[in-house]
Design a protein around this ligand. Structure first.
Ligand code: R7I
Ligand code: MG
Ligand code: MG
Length: 306
């Protein structure tokens, strides 16, 4: 197993582990970390939520279509929701799925939401990690694909740029020469919306203070992309290993499954699959490893052909 293939597995399995560890804490103001740990340690099986369902469907779509195909991706998302509507989806997004299943063009269905403003929920960001694997090691392609996959359901610029931040973070975390300053410089170049730029500006001060209450107040911990994506980045950059990253994310409460899933994807990229605790208990383990391996083989073949 090469280092990069272990990191690819880390992204897919890390998403599910972060999602599953955060699931019981979703919506809580200040989850009790001891209870979270007791649940995770004792459980024989750790179920995931919509975050991982959509991550799997996004990866399957890229592989099946040989790249981005909005109609295929929208249809897979909608069918997965129809099969398991109880996975904990955002409250508005089923409207997009229903429209797609009625045959409405996906771009129109997504753009119509919230009186034509489009959703700024973190749904585009929570599922975007496989894009960084598909496009690896091309950063420009990672950004382009992150935008396109987000727009399948989320057309508000904050919803789209949340996905860009998360994809760029996973891209950097996959690199052996990962450096925080290079990641932040790339984010500074890619992010244009005031709402997300303001959050990125507060990140260094939050990392320096290393205080949960302060970070939660400064960066947010809720379903809007600008209240959660930079929060997950804070959990990653303040952590010393995978477990630390996910627990830092989950103990902030609020949208804990999603902040956990995003921190888990990036931490899995950074520290690799073998460093993920509880990995063998997570729902979908074998399928997630299989998807990661297929994405890795493709990237390896592309690199060898060059
Ligand atoms: O973004 P989305 O897929 O939701 C993801 C969240 C994650 O926490 C998952 O774990 C799951 O629990 O849901 O779904 P959307 O329904 O598009 O957006 C989520 C929520 O963000 C919406 O239900 C709204 O509360 C809020 N939201 C907005 N509110 C006002 N105006 C998103 N866009 C807007 C908006 O434009
Ligand atoms: Mg969820
Ligand atoms: Mg959530």
């Amino acid at each position: 197993m090469t280092d990069l293939s272990d990191r690819f597995r880390g992204v897919m399995v890390g998403t599910a582990v972060g999602d599953a560890v955060g699931r019981p804490a979703e919506g809580r103001r200040s989850p009790d970390l001891a209870r979270v740990l007791s649940y995770v340690t004792r459980a024989e099986f750790l179920p995931y939520t919509d975050d991982t369902v959509m991550t799997i469907e996004l990866a399957e779509s890229l592989i099946a279509c040989g790249g981005f195909d909005g109609a295929d991706m929208a249809r897979r998302f909608a069918l997965a929701w129809k099969a398991e509507p109880w996975r904990g989806y955002g409250s508005n997004i089923p409207k997009v799925f229903k429209a797609v299943l009625r045959g409405e063009p996906w771009a129109e269905a997504a753009a119509r939401q919230f009186d034509g403003g489009g959703s700024f929920g973190n749904g585009g960001a929570m599922r975007v990690a496989p894009v960084a694997l598909w496009a690896y090691p091309d950063l420009e392609e990672t950004v382009r694909l992150a935008e396109m996959t987000a727009r399948v359901t989320h057309t508000h610029p904050v919803g789209v740029e949340g996905a860009v931040i998360q994809a760029v973070t996973v891209h950097h975390a996959l690199r052996k020469d990962f450096a925080t300053d290079r990641l932040l410089a790339d984010l500074d170049r890619s992010v244009t919306t005031d709402r997300l730029r303001r959050k990125l500006e507060r990140l260094p001060e939050c990392l320096e203070r290393n205080d949960d209450v302060y970070a939660k107040q400064a960066l947010g911990n809720w379903v809007a992309a600008d209240d959660s994506v930079v929060t997950a980045l804070y959990a990653l950059l303040g952590a010393s290993d995978f477990e630390d990253a996910v627990l830092r994310a989950v103990r902030l409460g609020g949208d804990a499954d999603t902040i956990g899933a995003m921190a888990g994807a990036a931490a899995g990229a950074r520290w690799g699959y073998e460093a993920i605790p509880w990995r063998h208990k997570v729902e979908g383990h074998d399928r997630l490893v299989g998807l990661a391996d297929r994405l890795f083989r493709r990237v390896q073949e592309n690199l060898e052909a060059k």
